[in-house]
Design a protein around this ligand. Structure first.
Ligand code: AMP
Ligand code: MG
Length: 493
C-alpha cells in the first residue's frame, strides 16, 4: 500500500526506539485525504477499505514499515527537558511522492512508546479532528505544514477529564526532525550523533546547501542558515493569516520549516498582537505578536546545539552562529513585508509601505477589527470605493478606517495595475475562510457528542478552497459573537 523507502530507520540505533503500535479494538475510518494519498502514491480506495483502517489504526504494520518512536529533547516554555521523544506518535516510514519529495508517515495516538512517561500514548477524537481540520486548512492557505492523511476511530475510549472516544491521526511531514532532536544529542555531548544528524537533515531538506562546501563546520552553519530562513518565512506567513501556534516549544520547531503540532493553536478573530488562546500559556509567551521573537529564540537553541560542529575554536563558532541568528530579523522583516504588501494589494515595494501597514495594524487593534473579514472586504473596496462603508463598519470608530484609506489609495495610485487585477491578487492573498474557532468547536462537538461528522466534512471541504467566495457557506466566514472573547484552547493530550 505504501511504497516505503526508510532512511531515518537506517540511522544509528540511539536515534529512536523500535515500537509496536497498540491494538485498537474496533477501527473505523473517519476520513481519508484522497488528494494527499494520490500525491503520496497511495491507493486511496485501499486506504479507505477495512484493511486500510487496520493499518491506519496501528493494528497491522504494513510491509516495508519500520515502526519507531523518535528520540528528541526540547525547551518547553523556556525550560529544557532532556528527553521527550515521541510519546504517542509512531513513525511507520517514508514515502517519496509523485512530486519527488520524501515524506514521513506517522501514526499519532497509536499507543505507548518508551518515551511516553506518564502518558497513555493515545489521542482523543476531538484533538485528532482539530489537527485534521487546521493542518489541512493551513496547507490550502499555502503555508508550510504537516498534513493529515487520515483519521480513524479506535473504538477504545481514552480517559481525560472524562472518557472520550479514541482516535488516531495519520500525520505526514517533510520529516519529524526538530530543533529538539539536535538538543537531545547536544545535551548528551554526543558529537558523533550531532554530526550524523546534521548531514542527514541537510541532505534531506536542503540538499543544494549540502553540496556546496562539504565539511562538518560548514554543514552545521549551512543548516542553521537554512532553518533561520525557513522559520522566518514560516512565522511571517502565520502572521499573515492570524495564526497563533500556541506552543512554540523547540520540540515543535521543525527543521524543514513546516508548522507542526496543532494542539492549542487558534486563529485571531479581532486583531490583537497580545492575543493568546492556550490555557497553559499564562504569561503570554506564545502570544500572536511574540511569535517572531520566540522563533528566533528557538533558533538560538539550534545554534547552541550545533555549536561544537561550527568551528573548533569556540569564539569563532559563536561569532559565526550569532551572525546567522542575527540574520533572522532582516529575513523575517523582508518576508513579513511581502506578506503585508500582498494583503494591501501592493505589487511593488516602496519605503513607506511598512509604516502604512503598521499604521493600519494599530488601527485594527484599537478598533478590535476582525482580521480576516477586514482584508477580504478591503479587496472589494480596492476596486470599488463605494464599498468603503462596509470596511469602515468593522471599526468601533469608522473614521479610523477612512483616515488610513486616504493614504492607502494615494499609494495604490502610484502603481500601474488595473483595479480588477489588483482585486483578484488581493483575493488570492486574503482568505475568505479560515478555521474560525467557533466553527471548529462546533464541528468537533457534533462529531464527539453526537457522532455527526457532517459539520467536520463541510468544514474540511470549504477550507480546502479558502480563497474562493463560497456564498452558500457564508456563515463559516462570519466573525464570532462576544462569547468567543475568552476562548481557550488546550494541549491536545
Ligand atoms: P506536545 O505538547 O503534543 O508537543 O507533546 C509534548 C510531548 O509529550 C511529546 O513528547 C509527546 O509525545 C508527549 N505526549 C503528549 N501527549 C501524550 C500522551 N497522551 N501519551 C504519551 N505521550 C504524550
Ligand atoms: Mg509536539
Amino acid at each position: 500500500m505504501f511504497a516505503f523507502d526508510n532512511t531515518y530507520a537506517r540511522l544509528p540505533a540511539r536515534f529512536f526506539e523500535c515500537v509496536t503500535p497498540a491494538l485498537a479494538p474496533a477501527p473505523r475510518l473517519i476520513k481519508v485525504n484522497r488528494p494527499l494519498a494520490e500525491l503520496l502514491g497511495v491507493d486511496a480506495d485501499e486506504l479507505a477499505s477495512p484493511a486500510g483502517a487496520e493499518i491506519l489504526a496501528g493494528n497491522v504494520v504494513p510491509p516495508g514499515a519500520d515502526a519507531l518512536a523518535l528520540a528528541y529533547a526540547g525547551h518547553q516554555f523556556g525550560q529544557f527537558v532532556p528527553r521527550l521523544g515521541d510519546g504517542r506518535a509512531i513513525l511507520l516510514g517514508e514515502v517519496v511522492g509523485a512530486d519527488g519529495l520524501r515524506r514521513d508517515v506517522q501514526l499519532k495516538g497509536a499507543g505507548r512508546t518508551p518515551f511516553s512517561r506518564g502518558g497513555d500514548g493515545r489521542a482523543a477524537l476531538g484533538p485528532v479532528l482539530r489537527e485534521y481540520v487546521v493542518s489541512e486548512a493551513m496547507a490550502a492557505l499555502g503555508i508550510p505544514t504537516t498534513r493529515a492523511l487520515a483519521a480513524v476511530a479506535t473504538g477504545s475510549p481514552v480517559a481525560r477529564e472524562e472518557l472520550l472516544p479514541g482516535a488516531v491521526l495519520t500525520r505526514v511531514a517533510a520529516s519529524h526532525i526538530r530543533v529538539g532532536t539536535f538538543e537531545y544529542f547536544a545535551a548528551k555531548g554526543d558529537r558523533e550523533a550531532l554530526s550524523t544528524l546534521t548531514s542527514y537533515a541537510l541532505a534531506r531538506h536542503y540538499p543544494d546547501a549540502a553540496a556546496r562546501d562539504p565539511g562538518e563546520g560548514s554543514d552545521a552553519l549551512a543548516l542553521l542558515a537554512r532553518v533561520v530562513d525557513a522559520q522566518a518565512n514560516l512565522v511571517a506567513r502565520w502572521l499573515g493569516v492570524g495564526f497563533v501556534h500556541g506552543v512554540m516549544n523547540t520540540d515543535n520547531t521543525s527543521i524543514s520549516g513546516e508548522t507542526i503540532d496543532y494542539g492549542p493553536c487558534a486563529f485571531l478573530d479581532a486583531y490583537d498582537p497580545r492575543k493568546r488562546y492556550s490555557s497553559i500559556d499564562h504569561g503570554g509567551r506564545y502570544a500572536f505578536g511574540n511569535q517572531p521573537r520566540i522563533a528566533q529564540w528557538n533558533l538560538a537553541r539550534l545554534g547552541e546545539a550545533v555549536l561544537p560542529l561550527v568551528h573548533d575554536d569556540e569564539d569563532e563558532a559563536v561569532r559565526l552562529a550569532t551572525a546567522e541568528l542575527e540574520r533572522f530579523t532582516s529575513v523575517f522583516e523582508a518576508a513579513y513585508g511581502r506578506v503585508l504588501r500582498a494583503k494591501l494589494g501592493l505589487a511593488r515595494e516602496e519605503t513607506g509601505d511598512a509604516a502604512l501597514a503598521a499604521d493600519l495594524l494599530e488601527r485594527l487593534a484599537s478598533g478590535r477589527v476582525d482580521f480576516t473579514l477586514f482584508f477580504r472586504r478591503l479587496a472589494v473596496a480596492s476596486a470599488d470605493p463605494s464599498s468603503d462603508a462596509a470596511v469602515a463598519s468593522l471599526f468601533a470608530e469608522p473614521g479610523a478606517f477612512h483616515a488610513w484609506a486616504e493614504a492607502w489609495r494615494a499609494r495604490l495610485a502610484r502603481e500601474d495595475v488595473t483595479p480588477e487585477s489588483r482585486r483578484a491578487a488581493m483575493e488570492r492573498a486574503n482568505p475568505a475562510f479560515i478555521p474560525r474557532n467557533e466553527r471548529v468547536e462546533e464541528a468537533l462537538g457534533a462529531a464527539v457528542r453526537h457522532g455527526d461528522f457532517g459539520p467536520f466534512e463541510t468544514l474540511v471541504d470549504v477550507l480546502s478552497r479558502p480563497y474562493d467566495d463560497q456564498p452558500e457557506h457564508a456563515h463559516l466566514a462570519e466573525p464570532p459573537g462576544a462569547a468567543m472573547d475568552d476562548y481557550r484552547t488546550f494541549c491536545g493530550t
